[in-house]
Design a protein around this ligand. Structure first.
Ligand code: CP
Length: 314
């Protein structure tokens, strides 16, 4: 049984990761049926509370909840009283008073899902907070690698790009190292956190060196809309140095897979060809995201709220 909330991978024990991955593997079968629905969470209410845009995470939490027969509410921030200056915590407490069984939070500021979890009865899932963590992305990445390679322990995982600003990198570093993989990171020196080796990874500034012997190559999105000029001279130079194509991928193992959390800047982090074809597994990551989020919703929402659990304890 995992804890009350899922706020990050840093504090998630390896046994809990294994439970979530094993549950997700069972959930995958539901997605292959003609009628992709089971009654497991019938009568439960799940709220998606997204303060930042999302395609993959929002839609896969919605589909995951619906496949388990939960009632899913997508809270629209732009049409809410947030636009009338209602605070985030007041918004969250208002929604909590409607007795949801789980609240999923994405916010541009690190720590907001934790602040909300501290005042809510319902379990809270972090769907990405600032540069901090994106735990369900890392879990779906672990699931994808486990299914591709049959194991995680002993693999070499190279994460390439903007490590400094990436919540996906941070959660994956915690996840893959906990599961026994060797994790390497590479990117422009301005995009590598100064203390990155304290996270248990090896840092490189050469693409060739980081790729040598890699089983898994994960490219990260460059936030071209915000970072060009501040952290690297030009998109063209970034792409020439750290962008992946089939020629550069030859430095990795012959059977290496290529991952990307999306959205992809085609021709920047990945060539068009690699973005669309094996060994890229980008759409498998998306597909696995539904089963993984079904597992997390099942493990967290199918239990009494904190308040009800306290009442039951007396
Ligand atoms: N990987 C990811 O978080 O994508 P979205 O921003 O589309 O949810």
């Amino acid at each position: 049984m995992i804890g009350n909330d899922l706020l990050g991978i840093e504090d998630l024990p390896r046994e809990d990761i294994e439970t979530i991955l094993a549950t997700a593997e069972r959930m995958q079968e539901i997605g292959t049926r003609e009628v992709k629905k089971v009654p497991t969470l019938r009568g439960r209410t799940i709220i998606n509370l997204f303060f930042e845009p999302s395609t993959r995470t929002l839609s896969s939490f919605e589909i995951a909840g619906k496949r388990l027969s939960a009632d899913v509410v997508n809270f629209s921030v732009s049409n809410s009283s947030v636009s009338k200056a209602e605070s985030i915590l007041d918004t969250a407490k208002t929604l909590d008073a409607m007795d949801p069984d789980c609240v999923i939070v994405r916010h541009g500021v690190a720590g907001v899902p934790k602040r909300i979890a501290d005042v809510l009865d319902a379990p809270v899932i972090n769907a990405g907070d600032g540069y901090h963590e994106h735990p369900t992305q890392a879990l779906l990445d672990l699931l994808t690698v486990h299914q591709e390679k049959g194991r995680i322990d002993g693999l070499t995982v190279a994460i390439i790009g903007d490590i400094l600003h990436s919540r996906v990198a941070r959660s994956n570093i915690y996840g893959f190292t906990k599961m026994g993989a060797e994790v390497r990171v590479a990117g422009p020196p301005t995009m590598l956190p100064s203390n990155v080796e304290t996270l248990g990874v090896k840092a490189y500034t050469s693409l060739r060196e980081v790729l040598e012997g890699a089983d898994v190559v994960m490219a990260l999105r460059i936030q071209t809309e915000r970072l060009e000029g501040a952290f690297f001279p030009s998109i063209r130079e970034y792409s020439a140095t750290f962008g992946l194509d089939r020629a550069k991928l030859r430095y990795a193992k012959d059977d290496a897979i290529v991952m990307h959390p999306g959205p992809v800047n085609r021709g920047v982090e990945l060539s068009h060809d690699l973005a669309d074809h094996r060994p890229s597994v980008i759409l498998d990551q998306v597909r696995n995201g539904v089963a993984l989020r079904m597992a997390v919703l099942y493990l967290l929402s199918g239990r009494p709220s904190r308040a009800k659990a306290k009442d039951a304890e007396g």
